[in-house]
Ligand binder design. Structure first.
Ligand code: PLP
Length: 490
């Protein structure tokens, strides 16, 4: 299996190389040159496997340059009971035909763990397979969830070091504590006086600064990134769609070949694009409901075919979906319109802030995708409504998705799986308010109060956070990021 750029102007590379590099030299994203197919018999065989074996089976279809046994060993470790107590991707039934796919049982209580527990292992092997002798230094700018999940995934992985920058006032107190208490010998965390864009721009500058890159190279390091444009983060996300289908098939909820719909709370379009890949593989997926919050650029695009990022940015209670440039949409454009058109649209986005796709392209996208959005009031109401009705507690991102799913299900009675991307305890303050509670006190007060009110257990990684030692207290200005990064050499 070879990988090409979505913009068509880069050489074909192996899976390992695509994962090591992250982004293609022409600025495009790596895509497999063909999508491997799952037959009905393949799906039946997958039904009999546990999550780790399903993961190894699916990943090997995309990464056939890897050693199959090593891939399986990596998946068994990544998706162990220790990392995902209670299972990697359990389904919870809400009502007749309605399910929630819980992807938040990993070490950081957000769905990023599903990819970031396996990706470091894939990168570590990729470095060996491509003869890389230097240590890979991963730089991350984060607005919260990605930073912690990457730190937890990459901690103590041989041949890799990781440094995370976050905006000092741009993440929640719990998120800040999660990062500041990170354990591991190869990790470091640093706060920036500024917002997420300052952190992001600082990292981008370091990546493109030849002098810094040379200094790092001479000192034995190459720079790489861990964000969701890397194929190594996308491929593992295909697995849970296949796995959810298999679980429902096994339970007899679905008959062989019967379609299943998914609703996905969407920000960078990575999660929902993985579902589209699963559909392209032959998994009987009907519609994919792309759920946005008040930053509804994607539902506008899916309705009109116009992608226009020249709009107001809103901070919402579902911050991981507060995004105006959904990078992975480029991969969908590539599959629908081809590389040449994709390069053209991306150039237009860069220069004018918008592009418009052709009507036949939009119609092709609409065969699968439906775009809905939920504003803040919809989201609060939905969390409260679902809790009252079936005693199911959902986080704010999942609340957006549940609202959009119910809108779709109003006129469609096929089975629907709503993807849940975070533990309600990660956004306890808003969730507590949504179910009618309130709390005074420190950042942990809403967690305890929510637990008291609902009886839902606080996940261990959040419950034990209070007792962890703070290791990282450094706060710097954005201009000092390069200097801070070079400290790894001393
Ligand atoms: C990252 C994230 C999302 C958005 O996922 P994309 O792949 O960027 O679309 C949604 N919810 C939570 C909790 C997240 O952390």
């Amino acid at each position: 299996m070879k990988y090409c750029s979505t913009r068509g102007n880069s050489e074909l590379v192996s899976g390992a190389y695509a994962i090591k590099k992250g982004i293609a030299p022409d600025g495009g994203l790596y895509m497999p040159t063909e999508i491997p197919k799952l037959t009905e018999d393949d799906i039946k065989a997958l039904c009999e496997m546990d999550y780790a074996h399903r993961a190894a089976d699916i990943l090997y279809r995309f990464l056939d340059d890897y050693n199959k046994d090593e891939l399986l060993a990596d998946c068994i470790e990544a998706y162990s009971e220790k990392n995902f107590p209670g299972g990697a991707a359990p389904l919870h039934q809400l009502d007749e035909g309605g399910y929630v796919l819980e992807l938040f049982h990993g070490p950081t209580c957000a769905f990023k763990d599903m990819a970031l527990q396996i990706m470091p292992r894939l990168l570590s092997r990729a470095l060996k397979m491509t003869g890389e002798e230097k240590t890979a230094l991963i730089l991350v700018a984060t607005s919260g969830d990605t930073g912690k999940a990457a730190l937890e995934g990459y901690r103590d992985v041989p041949g890799i070091a990781i440094k995370v920058f976050y905006p000092v006032h741009g993440v929640s107190k719990v998120q800040k504590l999660q990062m500041a208490t990170q354990e591991g010998e190869n990790v470091s965390v640093c706060a920036i006086e500024g917002n997420f864009d300052d952190a992001q721009n600082g990292v981008k500058k370091i990546f493109s600064d030849a002098e810094i890159n040379k200094k790092l190279n001479d000192g034995g390091y190459i720079l790489t990134s861990a964000n969701s444009i890397n194929w190594g983060r996308l491929a593992p996300q295909v697995v849970y769609y296949v796995s959810a289908y298999c679980d429902l098939l096994k339970e007899g909820v679905l008959k062989s070949g019967e379609v299943l719909n998914f609703t996905v709370p969407t920000g960078n379009f990575g999660n929902i694009f993985a579902a589209y890949i699963a559909k392209q593989m032959g998994l009987p997926i009907g519609k994919l409901i792309c759920a946005s919050n008040r930053n509804n650029i994607l539902s506008d695009f899916l309705t009109t075919g116009v992608y226009d990022r020249r709009r107001k940015f809103f901070q919402t209670m579902s911050p991981s979906m507060d995004i105006l440039i959904s990078s992975n949409l480029e991969r969908l454009l590539y599959l629908i319109c081809g590389a040449e058109k994709t390069a053209e649209y991306m150039a237009r986005l860069n220069s004018t802030g918008k592009y418009k796709i052709e009507l036949d392209e939009l119609n092709k996208i609409k065969e699968t995708f439906v775009g809905y959005y939920a504003n803040e009031a919809h989201t609060m109401d939905e969390i409260g409504f679902v809790y009252d009705k079936v005693k199911y507690l959902s986080d704010t991102h999942t609340g957006v998705a549940l609202y959009c799913a119910s809108k779709f299900r109003y006129y469609n009675d096929e089975n629907m799986v709503t993807v849940s991307t975070a533990s309600p305890y990660k956004f306890a303050k808003d969730v507590l308010a949504a179910v009618g509670g309130e709390a005074d006190g420190d950042e942990f007060a809403p967690l305890y109060e929510l637990n008291k009110l609902t009886g839902v257990e606080i996940p261990a990684p959040l419950a034990t956070l209070k007792d962890k030692t703070v290791r990282f207290t450094n706060v710097i200005s954005p201009d000092e990021m390069a200097e801070e990064t070079l400290k790894i050499l001393s």
